[in-house]
Design a binder for this molecule. Structure first.
Ligand code: A2P
Length: 358
């Protein structure tokens, strides 16, 4: 089967004959790591041995997989002996240092960090959007996109496939989980403190988080005035939509939500597109759940996106500021830990299994 076949999309791996795989998770104790373990289990990924890797701080801790305890090991250069698939989610510096060791051991690497996403030789993949790029991974290394870029691409691809997207303006409402498990804990603790009327000093994020929101913590580029997150989203969306010059602008904001990102997107197309057309295309798109109940004022919400595999899309309307009627505005919500990270990584691995690449 070719990787460009629709069959690679969003179906759990049913691995027929070959041996079960040895799978390593780097960053197993983190927020994404926990979801990687859960996704492998609930989607029936053909795991023979699961190797859980983290920093020496976590060595000896046990986590559960299929009801059995698995001991966390400290990551080192020898961690990948016999590993078929290594799922990395411990930050870019860890990926840069250890992904080569995994590749040298013969493993396929799916990397959730930003380390290789803009590397031309490394496919940046959301299976619903560009699974065909998995055919082009000579280094057996696949990059998993930034969470906002992945979620936006799932919502935009069904439209882009019919009417070329020519401009995107977006504003994001990003959850704590994007900054890791410690930031999620800081949201809980700071909210509890605020409700109790107690003082709270932020430890993880730069600003008070309870009942507040603030610009994403990535450093601002002095030349453009955009922060690192905004620049990543723009660059990665261009890659995912195979539109290298696509004009795009984002404002990325951290909001006090635990694990689902939301975003308002205003998108211009090369030709006019009606709301009815967009709704019909999105309703049948893989990985999308249309949530567009105008009468009930029910649109995508982080509370309903949390824990969901699908990206929720709604509030679809013609952009009144574009007299050519070539622009739509939409509101989108997706689970940052799932489609924005762990689920997408596991779907990439499933696509590799289905085609026999892995
Ligand atoms: P540990 O828990 O031992 O620090 P999150 O994004 O939720 O903060 O999680 C980050 C993950 O990356 C954790 O599993 C963390 O392990 C892991 N990690 C961080 N630094 C390293 C490192 N130098 N080597 C291995 N794993 C690391």
């Amino acid at each position: 089967m070719s990787l460009s076949s629709p069959d690679v999309l969003d179906r759990p791996a049913a691995r027929p004959a070959r041996r079960p795989l040895t799978v390593a998770i780097v960053g197993a104790t983190g927020a994404v790591g926990a979801e990687l373990i859960a996704c492998l289990e609930r989607r029936g990924f053909p795991v023979g041995e699961l190797r859980l890797l983290a920093s020496p701080r976590s060595a000896g801790q046990t986590l559960s997989f299929r009801g059995a305890p698995v001991t966390v090991q400290a990551l080192d250069e020898d961690s990948f002996d016999g590993v078929d698939l290594a799922l990395f989610s411990a930050g870019a510096s860890v990926s840069r240092r250890y992904a080569p060791a995994a590749q040298a051991a013969g493993a396929w690497v799916v990397d959730n960090s930003s380390a290789f996403r803009m590397d031309e030789a490394t496919p940046l993949v959301v299976p619903e959007v560009n699974a065909w790029r998995l055919d082009e991974a000579p280094g057996r290394l696949i990059a998993n996109p930034n969470c906002v870029a992945a979620i936006a691409a799932v919502a935009l691809q069904p439209l882009h496939a019919r009417r070329l997207v020519v401009r995107i303006i977006g504003a994001t409402y990003q959850a704590a989980s994007g900054a890791g498990a410690a930031a999620m804990e800081e949201l809980r603790a700071s909210t509890a403190a605020a409700l109790a009327g107690e003082a709270f000093t932020p430890q993880v994020l730069a600003h008070p988080y309870a009942f507040n929101l603030f610009s994403h913590d990535a450093a601002v580029d002095p030349e453009t005035g955009y922060n690192g997150e905004e620049l990543k989203v723009i660059a990665e969306l261009r890659r995912l939509l195979a539109s290298p010059e696509l004009p795009a602008s984002f404002t990325c904001i951290r909001v006090p939500v635990l694990r689902a990102h939301a975003m308002a997107l205003t998108v211009r197309f090369a030709e006019p597109v009606s709301v009815a057309e967009a709704r019909a295309w999105l309703a049948e798109a893989p990985g999308v759940r249309l949530v567009d109940d105008v009468a009930g004022n029910h649109f995508p919400m982080p509370s309903e996106a949390s824990g969901a595999d699908e990206v929720l899309v709604g509030r679809i309307r013609t952009d009144l500021s574009d007299p050519s009627r070539r622009s739509l505005s939409l509101f989108v919500a997706g689970d940052q830990l799932l489609k924005g990270a762990a689920l997408n990584a596991v779907q990439i691995a499933e696509a590799l299994v289905r085609t026999g690449a892995l």
